[in-house]
Design a protein around this ligand. Sequence first.
Ligand code: NAG
Ligand code: NAG
Ligand code: NAG
Length: 353
Amino acid sequence: MIQMEILNMAGNRLKRKYMVNRIWEKRFWISCFFIIFLFILVIFQVMVELGRFEKKETKSSTVINIQKQKKPLLKEQSNSRLRHFKDNYPIMLWWSPLTGENGRLGQCGTDTCFFTINRTYLQDPMTKAILFYGTDFNIDSLPLPRKSSHEWALFHEESPKNNYKLFHEPAITLFNHTATFSRHSHMPLTSQYLEGLQALKSTDYLVSVEKKNVLRKRLSPLAYVQSDCDPPSDRDTYVQELMKYIAVDSYGECLHNKDLPQQVNNPSFMDDSQFHHILGQYKFILAFENAVCEDYITEKLWRPLKLGAVPVYFGAPNVEDWLPSNKSAIIGPSTKLWNADSAHLNCPAPEVF
Ligand SMILES: *[C@@H]1O[C@H](CO)[C@@H](O)[C@H](O)[C@H]1NC(C)=O
Ligand SMILES: *[C@@H]1O[C@H](CO)[C@@H](O)[C@H](O)[C@H]1NC(C)=O
Ligand SMILES: *[C@@H]1O[C@H](CO)[C@@H](O)[C@H](O)[C@H]1NC(C)=O
């Protein structure tokens, strides 16, 4: 009996112990559950906070990242932030409101500068440079008197015909830094109309000479496409004379004698690939610049080369310096006649800008 009792008791004790263990086990799991729950909650909270922080961060850091988000951000910028920028960075003041930006940080060489179109910064001691865009440059509204600490910079990627006053020595020498088509400018833009070597090597629009010979039955040997009919170079007078001796298909508004297919006849047809296929059928394409200036070379020269046609060129007297080979183009005889002196008629002082 005692043995039984002992066994019973032992059994009960074991049972109780087992029960106690079970209770502890349950508690353990419940605690675990709570700990995990809490852990997840904390992580969630941290993520939410990080998200908010990141949004704030991008707000301030994207100001530095110029290209991606321009205007919306600028509107959000408080005046105090702008004040902070302009007090801590050299100010580059766009006198021509080219960028339309009231204030942003941007790269200037290896430094960071504050770029603005807000003219009230003219008197600011942190203002280091005044930037001008050639087309908007007006000699009657310059920031005068000029401070000796202010450097002036000119950006003019267009033809000299766009702003004649600029290309006279007294005007162009106002600038400490220039970026124009001229190789003599501080940052030459001479080859700005050529995307790259690949564009010249591409055979996308190339038509074989055999095919071109067949096409000659319905196409003239020469194509001309111009819609600016009264430029300083007076190119149309030349083309009109040329037309007396050789057939020219003229698709543009100037000396127009051939229509484009309806589907190509839109304002941006010059960039239309269908139009490029049409031009690519020609052996020769007239490439006449609107102004005759050393180094002033535009897409008029590059387009025929890209399409596999030979440009008949009139423009920069020194174009040969920029051609892949002396056989890449037929240089119009009058280009040769415009020697360095007469080129001054269109570009008065090429050696100084
Ligand atoms: C230009 O900057 C001044 C501070 O120098 C500021 O008071 C003014 O509102 C700014 N102008 C514009 C159009 O943001
Ligand atoms: C910038 O150009 C002006 C006018 O030619 C000149 O007086 C000034 O010294 C130049 N500034 C610098 C830093 O070269
Ligand atoms: C191309 O022509 C220019 C000017 O006539 C000449 O100076 C140059 O030597 C020529 N280049 C080649 C490779 O023939």
